[in-house]
Design a binder for this molecule. Sequence first.
Ligand SMILES: Nc1nc2c(ncn2[C@@H]2O[C@H](COP(=O)(O)OP(=O)(O)OP(=O)(O)O)[C@@H](O)[C@H]2O)c(=O)[nH]1
Ligand SMILES: [Mg+2]
Ligand SMILES: [Zn+2]
Length: 358
Amino acid sequence: MLTQYGWSPELQDLFKPYAADGFVPGRIVVQHRGGYRLITEDGEVDARASGTLLRSAADDERPAAGDWVAIEARPGETTALVRHVLPRKTAFIRKASGPRGGAQVVAANVDVAFLVASLNADLNLRRLERYLATAYESGADPVVVLTKVDLMDDPSEAVAEVEAIAIGAPVLAVSSKTGQGLDAVAAHLPPGRTAVLLGSSGAGKSTLLNALAGEERMATAEIREDDARGRHTTTHRELVLLPSGGLILDTPGMRELGLWDAGAGVSTVFEDVEHLAGQCRFGDCTHTREPGCAVREAIEAGVLPVERLRAYEKLQAELAYERRRSDPQAAKDNRRLWASRHKAARAWIKQKRGIDDG
Ligand SMILES: Nc1nc2c(ncn2[C@@H]2O[C@H](COP(=O)(O)OP(=O)(O)OP(=O)(O)O)[C@@H](O)[C@H]2O)c(=O)[nH]1
Ligand SMILES: [Mg+2]
Ligand SMILES: [Zn+2]
């Protein structure tokens, strides 16, 4: 049973110390507000995280959908206790929404991240760049899946636009209604491999899962007529074993995808911008008015869309903000930097006044 869900000799090895303590292994196949459902050697069980685990674990160490865990079976109780989370192979992590905004693991131990966007009015390149950066950071292979191709007369232009920003990631145009392109999606899901569906509400994630499964496994709902947005139909995360042997994790549509520590991911997605910036005459070029600026030259030549540079700068600023927030030393350095700048500015103003007055 566990082998079908991806249990391997390596995991068996990792699990040895937990087995010695009397724990049994399981994988989280459902995560909802109230707790978890796990798959174990003996079938499915409901579970919750132990108090000790919750107290000691950082946000991104808490059990999440796709995790392999060590559980304590409690005879006579209806729910098992998750006591430990095994080291993850990959993790798709976002900044949690809300004022506290800690790290939130959306999916753990996935091999492939299907970044799902609909080819309708809701298609947004800037949003896809965020998903790509987070996916590259996760360690999973990103695949962009453009849904609802049956609604388009000619998708080639939209696909080309997405390919231009997807640097190296495959871009598939599919229809869960007609079946077009589904084989190409399934090709990324051989037996034992795990994929996650990520994207906005209404993009067609659950419909795609149902089409791959050949049956109605997840509920779906029509998008809103006025603005083509989804209705947040899926509210839990669920890992489904497909008849083909692949595993696919459905997730609730995200309103926004805040970056979490995704510096390397952003660099991968914006390889073109960083490569150009490396050719500017000055190492600290701001690409505004310096001479010998390769970035501005590329924009003027029509090679680099200016919106892409702006998107890159925006994500960099977001990362820097997060780093200051989570790293008190960086915040202090930043304050010190500004304090010294203010001091220099005041001295300069004073000196200038002196000259003007005198
Ligand atoms: N024409 C067409 N409609 C589709 C396709 N895929 C999904 N839809 C429709 O899009 C709507 C939303 O689909 P869902 O699968 O519920 O979307 P979701 O991404 O799971 O949304 P959340 O669960 O809210 O995150 C439904 O009405 C689907 O029938 C497609 O390939 N073609
Ligand atoms: Mg859904
Ligand atoms: Zn420059």
